[in-house]
Design a binder for this molecule. Sequence first.
Ligand SMILES: Cc1ncc(COP(=O)(O)O)c(C=O)c1O
Length: 440
Amino acid sequence: MVDLQDYSSRGLALALSEAVGDGRLRKGDRLPPIRTVASDLQLSPTTVSAAWSMLARRGVIRTDGRRGTTVTALGAPGPTRYRRALRGRATFSLDVSTGVPDPQLLPLLDAALRAVPHSGSRGSYLDDPVLPQLREVLRGDWPYDAEQLTVTDGAMDALDLIVAVHLEPGDTVAVEHPCFPPMLDLLDAYGMRSFGLAMDAHGPTVESVRAAVRRRVTAIFLQPRAHNPTGVCLTAERAAAIAAALAGFDVLVVEDDSAGAIASAAPLSLGRWLPERVLHIRSFSKSHGPDLRLAAMSGPAARIDPISERRLLGQGWTSRLLQAVLVELLNDDAAVWQVDAARREYARRRSALVGGLAEAGVPVTGTDGLNIWLPVQDEAAALVHLAGRGIAAAAGSPFHVLADDHAHLRITTGLVRDGHERLVHDLVDAAGASAWAGPR
Ligand SMILES: Cc1ncc(COP(=O)(O)O)c(C=O)c1O
């Protein structure tokens, strides 16, 4: 069936993915029972079972009761959940499926581009990878006193580097349930197992963090404010309680502050309590523009230095030209005003929808950011219902880490400039649409 060169579960998973990729195994093919594969390949059943779990998580195979294990699809790593969440959005008159910022609320770059100094150094391989002026301005409102600060090509780049440098394939890591799909795709691509943290209105529950520690997770990934998709912000009390639950355990804490300056809540980090364990990322994509591709990341030297070293084998550093543009934007009164105005406008758009939904008996949790997590009776029926009204929403299931009896859609309120009353009406109807009713 497969040529096995690496006799680990990962090696077997890889060999089987390759067999699917080159057509030796096709969609619908039944795989032999685990014990048969184990004895054929002289592996332990546990190794085969671990390989099967990895393949199932990547969507390559499916185990289905009496039908046994079958091949489901091509197993190339990639943003599969992310694509599923955004599927079929091209033909709608209102697209609230994307989670992206409103381009009209981003600061104009012209003045910053003109102000970037042209004289002096034109840049060298040997320069400091972080502009000292940027480091200084970031320190101004960084949520804790971090030992080191670096700059990456956006938050996803920082997350990718952290996983590649500090975690091992097969590690179990804790993520919030629900979770941003590209994060789950990233973990799958590296062969990690995800442990879901239950959330309430204050962030991940302390009980679920304790359960994650008992499962010996090597890292915990949190979104400290404006969580995507729910909009929940971690409260200071919950952050302190989570830090206490993690004290004494060797768990890396990764904080993804992807909303950055468009969040209404103040910056917050567990770094206040666990500075030697926290990597805190702030993205500038939502506040200053996705095409700047910039994020800042802080942490202890013991964690940041290996990442900087690894980067030297790739892009090396994040363009200092772009860093200089960001410095201008962070220091310029007009740009600061534009970002403040965007933050207020996102809050207005969000509360117009959340308020209307609450009045109509559809309460949503979360208070901040670009998205809401709309509870619906049936995901497919709600999507179809909205599609019938020309509205694209994101399916909730690609965000799932735990099995969840409650269906949701993610709605990007940040993109809804007007017509809130009408949209509330459509969302309320969609929330009540049931599987057999379809579009009304
Ligand atoms: C939770 C989360 N993390 C990371 C990102 C990506 O950020 P960046 O554009 O900085 O890579 C997003 C973008 O939507 C996000 O929602």
